[in-house]
Design a protein around this ligand. Structure first.
Ligand SMILES: Nc1ncnc2c1ncn2[C@@H]1O[C@H](COP(=O)(O)OP(=O)(O)OP(=O)(O)O)[C@@H](O)[C@H]1O
Ligand SMILES: Nc1ccn([C@@H]2O[C@H](COP(=O)(O)O)[C@@H](O)[C@H]2O)c(=O)n1
Length: 247
């Protein structure tokens, strides 16, 4: 398969990370979780006493942390200033602050630069997941996928995941993810948005395996088109039941 660049975007809890990791592993591609990078810089701000609601203070500090992302889908890794940050970036404190930090233009410029260099170095191809990959970070990606799911499905997936750890209440989880999506979609700098040429996949009624199978098929098609010298796939919507593509 040719070295494809795949952008997977969508709101929170739609299955971007799970799908991207599985697709990358199945096809031998690298994998980049860009949300983890925004979480990492947010965690650094919180642990270094930078007030996360002060955009000027966040902007001034945005160049300080050294963030390194691994790209192995079987062992996603992220470090900040040389220390493993994969656990601390998943706390509710970070989740509650990340939208404010990621809305700061200086933060986005810094993190977008990191993302583009990682993608450029992935000689065998890469799956990059986030909110603005298809629109801003990698607008020339060979395939752009935009995952969606109902707020109820997303909240139920998240609640199941959090059971025994932090909050488990379904309506609290639902409200929190809707609030984060609103903040991510309404910011001025590179908001969460479906690229015009992205393929939309509604995952509400699909199992994770079905979503992975659907995206693997789309990537294989994009790779075949790339090796034939054809342009990127046209925008389409996937029929979630039949797995067919309609335009
Ligand atoms: N199609 C699906 N059906 C059922 N559960 C799913 C499906 N896709 C993902 N999940 C589960 O939903 C939860 C959230 O998935 P995941 O972390 O991949 O979403 P995400 O879009 O990356 O979220 P975020 O943007 O908040 O990081 C996980 O527990 C995952 O196993
Ligand atoms: N391309 C991206 C990716 C993420 N963000 C911000 O990070 C937050 C956390 O993302 P998760 O995928 O780990 O939930 C997200 O809510 C966004 O604020 C972003 O701005 N751009």
């Amino acid at each position: 398969m040719s070295a494809v660049i795949v952008a997977i975007d969508g709101p929170s809890g739609t299955g971007k990370s799970s799908t991207s990791k599985a697709v990358a592993a199945a096809l031998g591609l690298s994998y980049l979780d860009t949300g983890a990078q925004y979480r990492a810089i947010t965690w650094w701000m919180l642990t270094n006493g930078v007030p996360v609601d002060d955009a000027e203070a966040v902007a001034a500090a945005s160049g300080k942390p050294v963030i390194v992302s691994g790209t192995d889908p079987a062992a996603p890794a992220i470090s900040v200033d040389g220390a493993d940050a994969s656990g601390p970036i998943r706390t509710q404190e970070v989740t509650a602050a990340v939208s404010a930090v990621s809305a700061v233009p200086e933060v986005r410029t810094r993190i977008t630069g990191l993302q583009r260099s990682i993608a450029a170095e992935a000689a065998g191809g890469i799956v990059v997941e986030g909110r603005d990959i298809g629109t801003t970070v990698l607008p020339d990606a060979d395939l752009k996928v935009f995952l969606t799911a109902s707020p109820e499905a997303r909240a139920s997936r998240r609640s199941g995941e959090l059971k025994g750890k932090e909050a488990t209440d379904l309506s609290t989880t639902r409200e929190a993810l809707i609030k984060r999506d609103e903040a991510d979609s309404s910011r001025k700098a590179s908001p969460l948005k479906k690229a015009d040429d992205a393929v939309e996949v509604d995952t509400t009624e699909l199992t994770l395996d079905q979503v992975v199978e659907c995206v693997v098929t789309l990537v294989e098609k994009a790779a075949a088109e790339k090796s034939r010298g054809a342009g990127p796939a046209e925008a389409a919507t996937v029929n979630e039941k039949a797995g067919q593509i309609s335009k």
